[in-house]
Design a protein around this ligand. Structure first.
Ligand SMILES: [Zn+2]
Length: 223
């Protein structure tokens, strides 16, 4: 069971995580994120779709995939997208002890040279959350496409995104084999839909996430 739209109450439980981008910009932006790649079978196709709309995105890479497919990783970087850390081995925080989890995350951060981190499955124990938020920008989301769910049709996934995403939203998609059918069906439509409404698609950067604003204020209060 999972929620398409992350309720505010959950966002408030972890105020130091990034759930959406609060920074004001003159043009409304949506922040598409792609988890679990990079893979040669799908990631280059995603890059082509993004390029058609001059859209930038953020790829939370599994370190092992990045190591296995360095040229695909390089294509992501060369196209101007941001690369984030999704652990070396797609670890489930609930099922992994802290020391091996932190080691795996650190290994991935060093390999990908990134401070952005997204926990696989969004699962972290409180002690892991405490530690990770001190060392990384922990990026969650406010909208899940559900593209990974075999029970959902492409139409369901498309609706999940267009009905819920708004300016500043961080949207989860996947460049993985499991999500392939849905992603291929919905990504071009999502890009077209929001572009026609006047949105741009931007990548997440440490600078953007740490800009003074709501997130930084929350951090001060808990310091
Ligand atoms: Zn994942």
């Amino acid at each position: 069971m999972y929620l398409i739209k992350t309720p505010r109450v959950i966002q408030k439980l972890f105020p130091n995580f990034h759930w959406r981008v609060e920074a004001k910009s003159p043009q409304p932006s949506i922040y598409l994120t792609f988890d679990d790649g990079p893979i040669p079978h799908l990631t280059p196709w995603v890059l082509e779709q993004l390029a058609q709309y001059d859209a930038k995105a953020t790829f939370f890479c599994v370190g092992n995939n990045a190591r296995r497919y360095p040229t695909v990783l390089q294509q992501v970087i060369d196209a101007g997208h941001t690369v984030g850390n999704h652990t070396m081995h797609h670890l489930d925080g609930w099922k992994t002890d802290n020391v091996p989890y932190f080691h795996d995350a650190r290994h991935c951060a060093v390999q990908l040279k990134t401070s952005l981190f997204r926990p696989p499955y969004g699962r972290l124990k409180p002690s892991q959350a405490q530690f990770l938020q001190r060392h990384y920008e922990v990026v969650m989301w406010d909208v899940l496409s559900g593209d990974f769910d075999p029970e959902l049709t492409p139409e369901d996934c498309y609706d999940n995104v267009v009905d819920n995403a708004k300016a500043g939203s961080i949207v989860v998609m996947h460049d993985s084999l499991k999500a392939e059918e849905n992603v291929r069906a919905i990504l071009p439509r999502i890009l077209k839909h929001f572009t026609e409404l006047g949105y741009t698609f931007a990548s997440l950067t440490p600078e953007l996430l740490t800009k003074p604003g709501v997130v930084a204020d929350a951090r001060l209060k808990t310091a």
